[in-house]
Design a binder for this molecule. Sequence first.
Ligand SMILES: *[C@@H]1O[C@H](CO)[C@@H](O)[C@H](O)[C@H]1NC(C)=O
Ligand SMILES: *[C@@H]1O[C@H](CO)[C@@H](O)[C@H](O)[C@H]1NC(C)=O
Ligand SMILES: *[C@@H]1O[C@H](CO)[C@@H](O)[C@H](O)[C@H]1NC(C)=O
Ligand SMILES: *[C@@H]1O[C@H](CO)[C@@H](O)[C@H](O)[C@H]1NC(C)=O
Ligand SMILES: *[C@@H]1O[C@H](CO)[C@@H](O)[C@H](O)[C@H]1NC(C)=O
Ligand SMILES: *[C@@H]1O[C@H](CO)[C@@H](O)[C@H](O)[C@H]1NC(C)=O
Ligand SMILES: *[C@@H]1O[C@H](CO)[C@@H](O)[C@H](O)[C@H]1NC(C)=O
Ligand SMILES: *[C@@H]1O[C@H](CO)[C@@H](O)[C@H](O)[C@H]1NC(C)=O
Ligand SMILES: *[C@@H]1O[C@H](CO)[C@@H](O)[C@H](O)[C@H]1NC(C)=O
Ligand SMILES: *[C@@H]1O[C@H](CO)[C@@H](O)[C@H](O)[C@H]1NC(C)=O
Ligand SMILES: [Ca+2]
Length: 530
Amino acid sequence: MYGLVGSALIGVASATSLSSLCTSDYVTSVLPTSADDIPSGITIDTSSVTASTFTNYSVTDATFWEDVNINFCEISFAYTHQNQDDRVVVQYWMPSPDAFNGRFLATGGAAYTINNGSGGADMSGGGSSNFDDVVILGNGTANWPAIYNWGYQAIAEMTQIGKAFTSSFFNSGDSNSTDLYTYFVGCSEGGREAMSQAQRAPELSTNHLAPAVQIQTHDYYPPVCVFETVLNATINACDAMDGKIDGVVARSDLCLQNFNVSSMLGKSYYCEAGSTSSLGLGYGKRDSATPVQNGTFNEKDIEVVQDLLTGLKDSEGRLVYFPFQPAAGFGDTTVYDSDTDSWTITSPDSNGEWVTKFLNWQNVTEMDMYGVTNDDLKMWILKGMNLYGDSLQTTYPDLSDFYNKGGRLLHYHGEADTSIPTTGSIHYHESVRKIMYPDLDFETGNDKLNDWYRFYIVPGAAHCAINADQPNAGFPRDNFALMIDWVENSVSGANEGEVQQICTWPARPYWTDNTTMVCQQNASSVSAML
Ligand SMILES: *[C@@H]1O[C@H](CO)[C@@H](O)[C@H](O)[C@H]1NC(C)=O
Ligand SMILES: *[C@@H]1O[C@H](CO)[C@@H](O)[C@H](O)[C@H]1NC(C)=O
Ligand SMILES: *[C@@H]1O[C@H](CO)[C@@H](O)[C@H](O)[C@H]1NC(C)=O
Ligand SMILES: *[C@@H]1O[C@H](CO)[C@@H](O)[C@H](O)[C@H]1NC(C)=O
Ligand SMILES: *[C@@H]1O[C@H](CO)[C@@H](O)[C@H](O)[C@H]1NC(C)=O
Ligand SMILES: *[C@@H]1O[C@H](CO)[C@@H](O)[C@H](O)[C@H]1NC(C)=O
Ligand SMILES: *[C@@H]1O[C@H](CO)[C@@H](O)[C@H](O)[C@H]1NC(C)=O
Ligand SMILES: *[C@@H]1O[C@H](CO)[C@@H](O)[C@H](O)[C@H]1NC(C)=O
Ligand SMILES: *[C@@H]1O[C@H](CO)[C@@H](O)[C@H](O)[C@H]1NC(C)=O
Ligand SMILES: *[C@@H]1O[C@H](CO)[C@@H](O)[C@H](O)[C@H]1NC(C)=O
Ligand SMILES: [Ca+2]
């Protein structure tokens, strides 16, 4: 795990006073040990402390931060849980005392790591920070302590220990850990971690397999150029629907209502040999040995594409999980197999492990997709929700505790995410509104909710990233600064409902004269996104 203390936005100043505190002796002397400060049953290993000073460290091209140079002391130490043969390593970055501004920030991980990996969290005693390495103890035996650790406990502990440590490290006399503003920033698995804290405070990984399985169910494998051409045509057709021609589809709701892929029947497609386009292909395997793809859209191509655009359905046609937005792309689709000289579905990669290791508790890394059906996916989705309902799942909608403690949640989702459908986040926001404000209508309930939990759809953004298919679309890298303003300075009023050209859900953007954005709300647009 990995925490960053103070602001990432500090300038380069007074590294001297920092280095005088950045010694393992000093850190060891201020480790929190009081039972009031650290979680019950935890013992910090006082001999495990490391401390090193970083001066003018450059953060560039980061997903969540603007470029910045910072000074900090990188500190790590280990702790154990009573009667458990484990060892957890936490890492914190401390700013110099004059730059410390009373904030504690925890950051999230991605995929099967609980953080960036740099903290080297060892969650089970097995010496690995990758959760898929430790989730089972052997065939048929789940590693429940590691599952709960990963689910929410480790982040909670890192935060509680980190806040107590921060207060004693700076030893400012008038500051204690409850005086610190506490933030969490994360996306993807890191976003799940944020939600896990707000709710006590899993994404349905099975759904990652849906496009490939749906294609297999049709037993017809369109060349990947078909999907690319549909994506390009959709972006072209829907770009102007938001009032601004910029290659960004900021109104996928209108796109869904007004662009019909069947209009592409009989149109031609062409992709050069050997092209390794990244367009809309998710994280699937890419075979650079693809031949020239030159053809015309037939009925089968349209049928498969329509099926993917309308989401995973069971054998009786009932919707199992939401589709991606149109103009997002299709996730993992087809790939050329030069051995058989034919098109086939992509390899499930790490998403298959969710089924083999997490659901079947089998020590298998390469899942066999042959014969897997839509109904199998449905069964696995239900099994995952049942099995991990109180550990990994983050759909609990009652945020009363979080709200009562003054918590504020800023939640966003790329409109062109092809890893996790945008609609999943909208549904979560909706479920919180319905549970927290059951007697208020949609409009009034959302107004109340927006006082402390705001949801933003980021036009054109991909999965926690900018989008090569819609290059003019931005990705918010100033969220943390906005969050600080909202929490500490109660920003609202003048710009309420509009933050840096993003509308607060359920409003959607529209550019009236090609430059001026307004946030508008239409019943049909809301229902098209839900
Ligand atoms: C910090 O590093 C940047 C390059 O990243 C350099 O331009 C700047 O001069 C450095 N500042 C100091 C104080 O060394
Ligand atoms: C995050 O992890 C990557 C890969 O392990 C590493 O190169 C990078 O330096 C890490 N970033 C930070 C901020 O620690
Ligand atoms: C799973 O299999 C791998 C490779 O055979 C082995 O290294 C690992 O120890 C096994 N893990 C468990 C939990 O059995
Ligand atoms: C810590 O700060 C909180 C909030 O200001 C205060 O209520 C509490 O008494 C303080 N605790 C200690 C041990 O000073
Ligand atoms: C789709 O559009 C991109 C960007 O303009 C282009 O590079 C690519 O060749 C197009 N692909 C197809 C199949 O038209
Ligand atoms: C908006 O601006 C772009 C770029 O200047 C231009 O191509 C387009 O025609 C303008 N009008 C509309 C309605 O998008
Ligand atoms: C798209 O057009 C086809 C053929 O005209 C029609 O069957 C289908 O219902 C349309 N789909 C939507 C979502 O309007
Ligand atoms: C694609 O195939 C059609 C029909 O076979 C042919 O007329 C056309 O020239 C081909 N396009 C390219 C770019 O090779
Ligand atoms: C665990 O299960 C897998 C899949 O059935 C099998 O290949 C492997 O040999 C098993 N390992 C042990 C140690 O039984
Ligand atoms: C959506 O609502 C706005 C007013 O908020 C209206 O001007 C616009 O025409 C509506 N658009 C659609 C597609 O209904
Ligand atoms: Ca546009």
